[in-house]
Design a protein around this ligand. Structure first.
Ligand code: MG
Length: 272
């Protein structure tokens, strides 16, 4: 009887072992990809979109943080109070459901955008902070984004000791150009983008001049009059469309609670 009992136990143990999934799938998700080689080549033929072998931008520690108050002629999109009247949900146009407290808007479910949807050329100031509690990796850590004309993303990400594909790190022209340097602050700290944007121009349905962007990340130049190849997208670059000539400012929901505050914009004209 004793031998039979042992045999049954051994059989049960074998069956249970065979049914158990590998330990890694039950304890934590697999690491997020840090690059792709199966994506299209970018138009200049140098790198794939999201190429993980592209050099990582040099880390540059920025100077002390300075919160730039809006100049007198700026349109305040997000001020120190609870006022979200300049914003709406991107889908459906309803009231913004993201939580806000003391002028800090935390990204929630669904993209949001400004109600104003005919911005063209402008100076845009944005302050943001990725979560102080570090969760996830690569594109899964502190991901959001600032969408220019609703179509061209300047990436928001926790890029402090967080490897990802260079054209997807913080302040990248997403999927197109990495920042010239990585000027990220640690998670939880306030950071700033100052973005100078000139909208694309069209003659009829044909692109005449692509859009041009200059970006400061924490006061450090990371794009110097750089040109988008088209609207930004994941694993591809979309073609220009005449609708890109104007648009709203958008903020992305990527499943991570990124805080925003002190957002203002100054539409700019050409010299007389
Ligand atoms: Mg993003």
């Amino acid at each position: 009887m004793k031998m039979i009992g042992l045999a049954v136990c051994a059989l049960s143990a074998t069956v249970m072992t065979a049914q158990q999934p590998p330990a890694t799938t039950t304890t934590q998700p697999p690491p997020a990809p840090t690059g792709y080689q199966d994506t299209p080549m970018q138009p200049n033929g140098k790198w794939h979109v999201h190429d993980g072998t592209r050099p990582q931008p040099t880390v540059v520690k920025p100077g002390p943080f300075v919160s730039e108050a809006p100049p007198a002629d700026a349109i305040v999109l997000l001020g120190p109070g609870q006022d979200l009247s300049k914003w709406q949900m991107q889908e459906g146009g309803g009231a913004v459901s993201w939580p806000i407290a003391n002028g800090e808007l935390s990204s929630g479910k669904g993209f949001i955008r400004t109600k104003e949807d005919d911005f063209t050329n402008y100076q845009l100031h944005v302050e943001f902070a990725t979560p102080s509690e570090v969760k996830g990796d690569s594109q899964g850590r502190g991901n959001s984004g600032v969408f220019l004309n609703g179509a061209f993303e300047i990436q928001v990400l926790d890029s402090y000791n967080n490897k990802t594909y260079p054209d997807g790190q913080a302040s990248a022209m997403y999927g197109q150009f990495p920042p010239l340097v990585n000027a990220s602050r640690p998670p939880g700290e306030w950071q700033s983008y100052d973005i100078f944007f000139t909208a694309p121009r069209f003659k009829g349905n044909t692109l005449d001049k692509p859009d041009v962007v200059t970006v400061l990340h924490n006061g450090v130049l990371v794009h110097n009059a750089d040109v988008f190849w088209g609207p930004t997208a994941h694993k591809k670059i979309d073609p220009y469309a005449p609708s890109n000539a104007k648009g709203p400012i958008g903020l992305q929901d990527h499943g991570n609670p990124v805080r925003f505050r002190n957002i203002w914009i100054r539409p700019i004209k050409e010299h007389d």
